[in-house]
Design a protein around this ligand. Sequence first.
Ligand SMILES: Cc1cc2nc3c(=O)[nH]c(=O)nc-3n(C[C@H](O)[C@H](O)[C@H](O)COP(=O)(O)O)c2cc1C
Length: 155
Amino acid sequence: MDLGIIIYSQTGNTRYVAGKLKEKLEAEGHRAEIEEIKISGSTPAQAGKFEITDAPAPDGYDAVIFGSPVQAFSLNPVMKAYLAQLPSLENKKVACFVTKQLPLVQTGGTGAVARMKKECESRGAAVLGTEIVVWSKSKRDRSVNKCVEELSRLF
Ligand SMILES: Cc1cc2nc3c(=O)[nH]c(=O)nc-3n(C[C@H](O)[C@H](O)[C@H](O)COP(=O)(O)O)c2cc1C
């Protein structure tokens, strides 16, 4: 399968997970390409204070995995803006993941992946799964591995 991994990453954590996903998917015989959403403006991005300069198109892929950080207990505003400008994802297979720092519940992860899922489904995508990667030292490796295992199994 031809997979796109479309991410926004401000400090590299989401990019790291995307790289691990790409390795795993390719090891399983898929083609996987990482594409990054780029912005102009200062970071961390604040709603209304940045412009998307590069918005990768999901069209050419059989399936797409979207990845983003959590910011301020919510989905990062760049991924919010990117998803909002997407055209139809009719019949596209999709998975979503977020990375976040805080190991506690109710610190933005569940709401952020739910937002991504809703945006994709409203454009006709079949969302096959979502994952939350916790970047805190004690949980990081296990959390990244779980995300990679669970999402790669979907395709
Ligand atoms: C401005 C800002 C707000 C953040 N808010 C949260 C938050 O609400 N909950 C959380 O768990 N992590 C939060 N984080 C941590 C990031 O989600 C985490 O470091 C993430 O893995 C960064 O991904 P990136 O390196 O791909 O940009 C925040 C980070 C920044 C810079």
